[in-house]
Design a protein around this ligand. Structure first.
Ligand code: ADP
Ligand code: MG
Length: 795
């Protein structure tokens, strides 16, 4: 079919419905040859016709069929970036955005100035950028600044099957932006790419697209994969089972790469070490380092217990109405759920290969070294890139990966897949905010994706370390993330886009109404939304609550690329020159890499020493936010944090900042309290001890059960009466993490939305304040959920 005329609404100036120009690309013969093998190349015409003729197109195709790397090139060649507009591609994972942009630049023989990427804290985008890979969070921030996304001609939402929250939100927003651009005569193309066929949430959803978008199906040349189920399903030592299976494959089966799916970074490293030991290839030992002892926290100063008398708050305190706008360019949430830490697996070097359930009996080849590579989201890009290169001659490639290898990245030459059947997922308690990482069974769709990795280049085998009965019990598809997590940051972003009635938003899958209500409530309590007038009947009130407009503070908060609680801390921090310190604290609390980095097993002694130093500095920082002492030199860690967050905020902060003054430390603790208001806990007093399980326990406003200060906290032994915590994690007990001591006087002063205030005290209220000429009266408060009597405050 020949090219059709552009739609009648196309404006002549820019972004025609179908560009007329063909933009040649100068590829090397090798690249051209490799491309021709990709299934999507055979469908180029079908893909481009669908795109030319429809505002929204869905492309489905097996992982490795060439969607991510080739579709942007098709569009580029068809002239979609030739009229000054950009082709934008969003990825849910940073690792994919970076790696694919590099790959595409190389394939097209274009510089990174033209094919660029942008992720939360870095990027190489220039004025010349025509193809831009970015995380979905980055695009969301851009929509906030320019709702029509006028600099783009095409937006590709990649990996839509992952159903990350941002993907869902973007698709909802784009379903509105596309018709608006159409009306303006500057049509925007929306392409949704998915690895699975389950796209009904997008296609058969009248809230989303009034015209059902066409689905282009790319048939991958998939070679048959023989699936072998285990007879038994190992309940805990699946990592050991992976080890035995890899050993067996390597010893007995013909050449071909092995890909192992585990759940987290620590497991990946541990299996890599075992395999390298069993089949040495690298001379350099990579063992050791991980059992570095925790740095001791002995010299903790005694916590000042000034619990003598409750008196009216006279301490200097932060001003809740003093917040200021800090410009922020972009940002995205860190959602690398696959890479979170877990406990190291057992290390017994069990080489018993007795059970022969795979039924293979080919000749053994003991001479071949195994070339073992780890792969997970937070691995340095240079190390990630190794998996795409051919293994050294005479070795067999073995990649030990988290589920990042499931659909985001395709590793060449894989013939054997070993699938532990599990993945790590974050679970949230919607009411209390308690979050935990749990290893759970994957879905059937994921298991099939994993198996598919074995059949890219020739017939392959997939070893599932679980029985077929267990597989039949897997859910068919994982539930979209939006139905599983707290949505307050999204609600805030949406409100700042003036989407007030969040309940009417065209979500591909709407979150539960109670999650929306909980988010709205938290945002009201933080002061980010304007509270509705408390009138009308209950039902009307609820409806009103779900459509509260954003406040001035909320707008400031929405500019920060962090969750609302931390955004509030940052927004309050321009006073008393606290910002650099708050940035440090917030970074430490929210930048997951920091903890990853600190907990990572070291690869060498030198690295171990470096990590030890960093841990020590980190502990010092922890003390600051626990109110334990001045910040000392934080060295390179600090520089890194200051550079990232402050640079984003367009601020200059001297990395060699002075330690905060005593007063600043107090303000900082108040700022932390202001952001984590509902996370206050009070130590159970001796006279209240019900039984032994309440020893050293705290009572929170949200939970019935006793909670404890986590042993890693500098306050573990101090046990201050009131604390505020960042989160509760459930291991053997409920532990508070990110704990900071607070003075009871601060609570009514800084958290009025959470308090019930009593009548003014007789003495000395009301009284005349000679300094300001104002009448002051003092009111005591009750933290209403738990009935804590709190000291009086000035009003
Ligand atoms: P899809 O998006 O459909 O899963 P991709 O476009 O990601 O497919 O991959 C197409 C091919 O490009 C695969 O064979 C993959 O191995 C290769 N590829 C992708 N990224 C890289 C890279 N960074 N280096 C080398 N090859 C790569
Ligand atoms: Mg892809």
């Amino acid at each position: 079919a020949g090219p059709r005329a552009p739609g009648p609404q196309a404006a002549p100036s820019r972004a025609p419905c179908k560009p007329a120009v063909f933009v040649p690309v100068d590829r090397t013969p090798q690249v051209q040859e490799a491309r021709l093998k990709l299934p999507i190349l055979a469908e180029e015409q079908v893909v481009m016709e669908a795109i030319n003729e429809n505002p929204v197109v869905i492309i489905c195709g097996e992982t490795g069929s060439g969607k991510t790397t080739q579709v942007p090139q098709f569009l580029y060649e068809a002239g979609y970036a030739s009229s000054g507009g950009t082709i934008g591609i969003t990825e849910p994972r940073r690792v994919a955005a970076v790696s694919v942009s590099q790959r595409v630049a190389k394939e097209m023989n274009l510089s990174h100035r033209v094919v660029s990427y942008q992720i939360r804290y870095e990027g190489n985008v220039t004025d010349e950028t025509q193809i831009k890979f970015m995380t979905d969070g980055v695009l969301l921030k851009e929509i906030q600044k320019d709702f029509l996304l006028s600099k783009y001609n095409v937006i590709i939402i990649d990996e839509a099957h992952e159903r990350s929250v941002y993907t869902d939100i973007l698709i909802g927003l784009l379903s509105r932006i596309v018709p608006l651009r159409q009306k303006k005569g500057l049509p925007l193309k929306l392409i949704i790419m998915s690895a699975t066929l389950r796209v009904e949430d997008f296609t058969d959803n009248a809230r989303l697209f009034s015209v059902k978008p066409p689905v282009v199906q790319v048939d991958a040349r998939q070679f048959p994969v023989t699936v072998h189920f285990n007879k038994k399903t190992p309940l805990d030592d699946y990592s050991g089972e992976c080890f035995r299976k890899v050993c067996k494959i390597h010893r007995m089966l013909p050449a071909g790469g092995i890909l192992v799916f585990l759940t987290g970074q620590v497991e990946v490293h541990s299996l890599c070490r075992r395999l390298r030991k069993a089949f040495p290839y690298q001379k350099k030992s990579t063992a050791g380092g991980e059992d570095d002892k925790e740095d001791s926290v002995e010299e903790i100063r005694k916590f000042k217990k000034s619990r003598k008398r409750r008196k009216v708050l006279t301490l200097p305190k932060i001003d809740l109405n003093n917040y200021s706008v800090v410009p922020v360019d972009e940002g995205d949430e860190d959602r690398d759920i696959d890479s979170d830490d877990d406990a190291a697996t057992g290390s017994d070097l069990d080489l018993d290969l007795g059970d022969g359930d795979s039924g293979e009996d080919e000749k053994s080849d003991l001479s071949l070294p195994l070339y073992v590579l780890p792969l997970y989201s937070l691995l340095a890009p240079e190390k990630q890139a190794k998996v795409f290169r051919a293994p050294p001659p005479g070795t067999r490639l073995c990649v030990v990966a988290t589920n990042v290898a499931e659909t985001s990245l395709t590793i060449p030459g894989i013939k054997y897949v070993v699938d532990c059947g599990r993945a790590k997922r974050r679970f949230y308690d919607r009411i209390t905010g308690v979050s935990s990482f749990r290893v759970t069974w994957i879905s059937q769709a994921s298991a099939d994706q994993r198996a598919g990795r074995a059949g890219r280049t020739e017939p392959g085998h997939c070893y599932r370390l679980y029985s077929s009965a267990v597989f039949m019990d897997f859910e068919k598809f994982s539930a979209p993330e939006i139905t599983r997590r707290p949505v307050e940051d999204l609600i805030l972003q949406m409100k700042s886009l003036n989407i007030e009635k969040v309940i009417n938003f065209p979500f591909p899958t709407p979150p539960p109404t109670e999650a929306l209500a909980a988010a709205e409530e938290l945002l009201i309590a933080l002061g980010a939304l304007k509270e509705p007038p408390m009138t009308g009947r209950l039902k009307q009130q609820l409806a009103a609550k779900l459509s509260c407009p954003i406040s001035a503070l909320g707008r400031v908060m929405a500019t920060f690329p962090v969750a609302p609680r931390y955004a509030k801390m940052l927004a309050l921090s321009r006073q008393h020159e606290c910002l650099p310190y708050t940035i440090t604290i917030v970074s430490a609390m929210t930048v997951r890499e920091l903890f990853e980095e600190l907990d990572r097993p070291a690869g060498s002694e030198e690295e171990a020493a470096q990590l030890k130093g960093r841990r020590a500095r980190f502990l010092q920082m922890q003390k600051v936010w626990a109110g334990q002492g001045p910040m000392q030199k934080l060295g390179d860690l600090m520089v890194m944090l200051v550079n990232s967050v402050c640079a984003d905020a367009g601020l200059y902060v001297d990395p060699k900042m002075k330690p905060p003054t005593e007063a600043q430390v107090t303000y900082l603790r108040q700022i932390v309290l202001a952001g984590l208001g509902d996370h206050v806990a009070r130590r159970v007093q001796a006279e209240e001890l019900l039984d032994d399980k309440w020893k050293n326990a705290y009572k929170t406003a949200l939970l019935e059960d006793p909670v404890f200060i986590h042993p890693s906290s500098v306050l573990f032994k101090e046990l201050p009466e009131f604390v505020v915590y960042q989160e509760i994690v459930e291991t053997t007990k409920l532990y508070m993490k990110g704990v900071s001591a607070v003075e009871p006087e601060w609570i009514p002063a800084l958290l009025p939305p959470y308090c019930h205030f009593g009548k003014p005290l007789e003495e000395p209220s009301p009284s005349y304040c000679p300094g300001t000429g104002r009448v002051r009266c003092h009111r005591p408060s009750v933290f209403y959920r738990v009935g804590w009597q709190l000291p009086a405050v000035e009003v």
